[in-house]
Design a protein around this ligand. Structure first.
Ligand code: UDX
Length: 445
């Protein structure tokens, strides 16, 4: 795959976003250096090893290391000397003790890189940041750049989903570039993304603030959509209605759409939870907190689903989890990922354990990460082992392996055939026919 114009660029920060972006830009034909201060991460990427699970990425990484278009470095000096186009892809985690985003990594990149630059440079921010950050970074860059050197800050938010990161980077739904008045950074972005643009990807040029807001608004909307259906699920539970049929029915209205109406344990991960909180925090700073107070409710609805699942488990165990053997299928925040950040599955597993259950967790990819966060849970090596002698099974992450479980064979392994479908993916009738008692969130099954 080749773009029409091949360019040189750096990608600073080689976490999830940066490593994917660097490898995919090389795949498009560009020459790329990925830069990170984490020596272990860089060493692993140099060896062609992706330090997280992302389908398709190891192949793209290896191929572009081999053809020489992609390399990695821990030196900002290398980055400054190599290219005039830089992508900033470091993390913006939630600040400890606050809802706001921690911008220290983003600022650190500007402070480290800009004094080393000579000539004309553009830094495209990709990280998710509070509105106003790009303008602030421009001021910081102006204060640090050498006389005669110009450093333009533009914003090019990333919309990639874990599990589909390569596809979402190479053929995105849309490309958004925020620029300040008079800037021509959008023309450079058009060259970077020439392949996607030729393929028909919409290319939108906005001011800096709009581009920053596009990203958080998109994530806030997705979170709201999930919490909407989960709020309706609570009503379904109180009335005996079925949230899955309801979602199918309203989803046929193409103004609504069926996507992201999957009721269940709700959203987690490294983006949605922290992004809606940072959005609220920023609204507060801007004196417009009322505009986003509904996101507090979105957050609460989401967290209540985890409590509801623990309550359901307690109910099916006769009112107490003490000494009960509970199997939790899934630890990652969603399938096709090994990410356990704010994972609903792990949160439920942790609560069950704290209430006295003997919890066995199995996940096809996220075991190592889960062990680091919750070392006290029981971890087993296979789904069969997880099911053995279980009093109750909780399906918490909808991996294909769990969707494909044979209810008859599974029934022979457990102590009690009771399963709680936290993602509404099981064939209820088939599980009932195999002798299981099945409960699902938002459904009276
Ligand atoms: C999200 C955005 O989709 C992406 O555009 C942005 O760049 C980063 O944040 P990601 O965190 O990878 O991506 O996960 P996503 O696929 O959006 O799922 C988020 C969470 O919502 C998962 O925990 C998932 O299980 C949950 N979810 C999703 C539901 O509970 N129901 C649904 O119907 C869909």
């Amino acid at each position: 795959m080749k773009g029409s114009a091949h360019m040189r660029m750096t990608v600073i920060g080689t976490g999830y976003l940066g490593a994917t972006h660097a490898a995919c830009m090389a795949e498009l034909g560009h020459e790329v250096i990925g830069v990170d201060v984490d020596e272990a991460k860089i060493a692993s990427l140099r060896d062609g090893e992706v330090p997280f699970f992302e389908p398709g990425l190891p192949e793209v990484l290896e191929c572009n290391l081999d053809n020489g278009r992609l390399s990695f470095s821990t030196s900002y000096g290398d980055a400054a000397a190599f290219a005039h186009v830089h992508f900033l892809a470091v993390g913006t985690p939630q600040k400890r003790g606050s809802f706001a985003a921690d911008l220290s990594y983003v600022r650190q990149v500007i402070t480290s890189l800009v004094p080393l630059l000579e000539g004309e440079h553009i830094i495209f921010g990709k990280s998710t940041v509070p509105v106003g950050t790009a303008a602030e970074l421009q001021e910081l860059a102006d204060s640090l750049s050498h006389p005669g050197t110009s450093v333009e800050i533009a914003w090019n938010p990333e919309f990639l989903r874990e599990g589909y990161a390569v596809k979402d980077t190479i053929t995105p739904d849309r490309i958004v570039v925020g620029i300040r008045e008079g800037s021509t950074a959008d023309e450079v972005a058009r060259e970077v993304y020439a392949t996607a643009i030729e393929g028909g990807t919409p290319f939108l040029v906005t001011d800096l603030a709009t581009s920053e807001l596009v990203k958080v608004s998109a994530n806030a909307f997705l979170a709201t959509k999930i919490s909407f259906i989960n709020a309706v699920a609570e009503i379904c539970e109180a009335t005996g209605a079925d949230v899955v049929q309801l979602a199918d029915a309203i989803g046929h209205d193409d103004r609504i759409g069926r996507k992201f109406l999957g009721a269940g344990l709700g959203f987690g991960g490294g983006c949605l939870p922290k992004d809606i909180r940072a959005f609220m925090a920023r609204a507060g700073e801007l004196g417009t907190d009322q505009a986003l107070t509904f996101l507090r409710e979105v957050d609460s609805i989401n967290m209540r689903r985890r409590d509801r699942m623990v309550q359901l488990a307690r109910e099916v165990c006769g009112g107490s989890l003490l000494g009960k053997r509970v199997t939790v299928l899934g630890a990652a925040f969603k399938p096709n990922s090994d990410d356990v950040r704010d994972s609903p599955a792990l949160s439920v597993a942790g609560s069950l354990s704290l209430q006295g259950a003997a919890v066995s967790v199995y996940d096809p990819q996220a075991m190592d990460n889960a062990r680091k966060v919750f070392p006290t849970l029981g971890y087993v090596d296979s789904v069969q082992e997880a099911l053995e002698d279980a009093d109750v099974v909780v399906l918490a992450t909808e991996w294909q392996e769990f969707r494909d479980l044979d209810p008859v064979a599974s029934a022979a392994l457990v102590a009690q055939p009771v399963i709680l479908d936290g993602r509404n993916v099981l064939d209820v009738q088939a599980w009932k026919d195999a002798g299981w008692t099945i409960h699902a969130l938002g459904r009276n099954v």
